[in-house]
Structure formats: structure tokens, C-alpha cells
Design a protein around this ligand. Structure first.
Ligand SMILES: Cc1cc2nc3c(=O)[nH]c(=O)nc-3n(C[C@H](O)[C@H](O)[C@H](O)COP(=O)(O)O)c2cc1C
Length: 202
């Protein structure tokens, strides 16, 4: 089957309704670029009738540092939000060759809610364009039975990937994002059907 590279073909509704995609802003830093990049990714994703986007700002997710056995209201709300999603787009910067602590904490805070779902990674940073953070995410999510897409959307902040308003203007990045969303939709739909047909082995 050929891939619709110009994305003009109307997509049929996925069986089971639009795929619920949580798009996670992985940076909580004051003055973060992450919001602008997430807004760009969300704008493209929201144009697709077959996707329903839940934009998650980790600043608003109230997670206790000690991850108590008796979950707090914030922890329960986060677990429900992850559970409700069929697929994820994780927008992450590279911090010291890895992902931000807040993102790792949010991933670690729940477990089975991640299982058997796909993740698309949009990474950004300096020279390495966020690739080392993206590879770390692959390792972490491997433990959580998550299918991380082979292709990562990588943005080099020093390469003029963003214009003055913070919008991603690199046409290659737009193509990479659209392609990642196509593949995320494929995996998300396939795994949602599979989880519905038969509960995932735990
Ligand atoms: C604590 C910290 C560590 C960083 N480490 C790296 C790094 O290892 N590699 C890199 O390419 N960029 C690194 N950077 C640059 C960030 O990727 C860049 O500042 C980016 O804008 C951070 O994302 P944010 O603005 O959304 O927080 C680092 C930035 C910070 C704040």
C-alpha cells in the first residue's frame, strides 16, 4: 500500500472512532521551547479527523515525588489520562544527553496504563537534535511494553528549525511529523483492536 505523502486523501474513520492521542509536553522549564513545538505538532495532528488530541502539559500534572502506594488524586488522574489514550506523541528536549526528569517521573508514575500502545517521539535540542533523548525514551518505554515508532522527528534548534514566532518552519520536519502521525495511527488502530479482541498478556 502506498503512503499518502501529500496527505490530501480524506481518511476513513478508524474502527472504534477517532484514535485518542495524548500529546505530552515533556519540558516544564520556565521559558521552555517545548510549548511552541508541541503546539506545532498538535496543530498538525488536530487537522486529522481520525485523531482526537489530548494536549498534556506536565506542569499541570500533579505527581507526588514519592509515588506512594496509596495514590493521590493527582496520581489517579494521571493514570486515568494515560489509560484513556490509545497512542502518544511525546515532545521532549534533550537535557544532558537524556530526557527531562519531569518526563521520566511522569512515565514512571504509572505502569500498565502504557502497555501495548504506540509512541511517536518529537525530540529537539542542540547539535544532536534531541536524538539521544529520543533513544533514551526508546529504552525506557521498552520496559513498559510500548511500541516506539522507528522514525523520530528531530529538530535542531541551532539549525533554524523554528522561526521567530516559535513555529517549526523546516519542510522536512513537517513531512517527518506527518509520516510519524500516519504510522502512529496505523499502530494505534491495530493495537486498540488487538487490546479489544483480547486483553494484553500481563
Ligand atoms: C539542563 C539542560 C541540559 C541540556 N543538555 C543538552 C544536551 O545534552 N544536548 C543538547 O543538544 N542540548 C542540551 N540542552 C539544550 C536544550 O535542548 C535546549 O535548551 C532546549 O530548548 C530545551 O528545551 P526546553 O526549552 O523546552 O526546556 C540542555 C538544556 C538544559 C536546560
Amino acid at each position: 500500500m502506498s503512503v499518502d505523502l501529500d496527505h490530501t486523501t480524506p481518511r476513513p474513520a478508524a474502527p472504534g472512532g477517532p484514535l485518542r492521542v495524548a500529546l505530552v509536553i515533556g519540558s516544564v522549564r520556565e521559558g521552555r521551547v517545548g510549548c511552541a513545538i508541541a503546539r506545532w505538532a498538535a496543530t498538525h495532528a488536530e487537522r486529522r479527523a481520525d485523531l482526537e488530541i489530548d494536549l498534556v502539559d506536565l506542569r499541570d500534572v500533579d505527581l507526588p515525588a514519592d509515588l506512594p502506594d496509596d495514590p493521590t488524586i493527582g496520581l489517579s488522574a494521571w493514570a486515568k489520562r494515560v489509560e484513556a489514550a490509545d497512542a502518544f506523541v511525546v515532545v521532549t528536549p534533550e537535557y544532558n544527553r537524556g530526557i527531562p526528569a519531569a518526563l521520566k517521573h511522569a512515565i514512571d508514575a504509572v505502569r500498565e496504563e502504557w502497555y501495548a500502545k504506540p509512541v511517536a517521539v518529537v525530540a529537539y535540542g542542540g547539535q544532536a537534535r534531541g536524538l539521544r533523548a529520543a533513544e533514551q525514551l526508546r529504552l525506557v518505554f521498552g520496559e513498559l511494553h510500548v511500541q516506539v515508532l522507528r522514525d523520530t522527528v528531530c529538530l535542531g534548534l541551532g539549525d533554524g528549525a523554528l522561526d521567530e514566532s516559535g513555529w517549526v518552519c523546516d519542510p522536512g520536519a513537517v513531512r517527518a511529523l506527518e509520516f510519524a502521525l500516519d504510522r502512529l495511527t496505523w499502530w494505534g488502530t491495530a493495537l486498540r483492536t488487538a487490546r479489544t479482541d483480547q486483553p494484553y498478556v500481563r
